[in-house]
Design a protein around this ligand. Structure first.
Ligand SMILES: Nc1nc2c(c(=O)[nH]1)N[C@H]1C(S)=C(S)[C@@H](COP(=O)(O)O)O[C@H]1N2
Ligand SMILES: [Mo]
Length: 201
């Protein structure tokens, strides 16, 4: 009897994970590391974050100023185009919507381009970035984000494949035109929605 309950509970857990798995993905238990180039050194004295483009109030933040901004915690699944999905990862950072409140995008701002180390860039429509679960993330599982995962700060856009989540982010541009990023010009899909399986084109 007890064993039956245990296996039913296991199966229910497995079913709920399966329904959270986008097409063609598998559940990874570890947290793979993927990037081009080498991990940049972080110096809190020289680190800057620039928010610019089609905004009324462009802003530049020093590390301490950035850390003083309102933050929130997001628990979410992340999906990599190389087919691993990680369930229930916990992130903390500045909500993208807080950034929008600070810089006041102009009406012609329709896209968001994020810039990271080694000339990395990724693009999303503003309607995708303007979501409650999009963060400028600096903590992972309650700890400062590790350099290999994009620390001190990376973008988190859970509803797109993980390549849209720029590591070591130091620039966020609001743009009137779409500009394909590092992987988008190399054949990855421009939108990258895991539920539509928009991997490559
Ligand atoms: N700056 C930068 N950000 C990046 C990348 C990169 O090469 N450079 N790779 C992207 C890709 S393809 C993936 S899958 C994720 C991997 O993040 P992780 O190493 O924390 O798993 O980071 C994304 N962000
Ligand atoms: Mo990736």
């Amino acid at each position: 009897m007890l064993r039956n309950f245990a296996s039913m509970a296991n199966r229910r857990a497995a079913d709920s994970e399966n329904s959270r798995l986008p097409p063609g993905q598998y559940a990874a238990r570890d947290f793979p590391v993927l990037h081009v180039g080498s991990v940049p050194r972080f110096d809190p004295k020289t680190w800057r974050l620039n928010i610019f483009g089609k905004v009324r109030r462009p802003r530049q933040f020093y590390w301490e100023q950035f850390c003083a901004l309102p933050s929130k915690t997001v628990v979410t699944d992340i999906h990599c185009v190389t087919r691993w999905t990680k369930f229930d990862s916990t992130w903390e950072g500045v909500p993208f919507r807080e950034v929008m409140r600070l810089v006041e995008p102009q009406p012609e701002a329709k896209f968001v381009l994020t810039y990271g180390a080694n000339s990395y860039a990724a693009n999303v429509p503003l309607t995708v970035a303007d979501d409650e679960d999009v963060l400028l993330a600096y903590k992972y599982e309650g700890q400062p984000l590790e350099p290999i995962h994009g620390g001190p700060m990376r973008i988190l856009i859970p509803k797109r494949y993980f390549w849209k989540s720029t590591k070591w982010c130091t620039g966020v541009e609001f743009a009137s035109e779409d500009v394909p990023g590092f992987w988008e010009v190399r054949g990855y899909h421009n939108d990258g929605d895991p539920w539509q399986e928009e991997r490559y084109w």
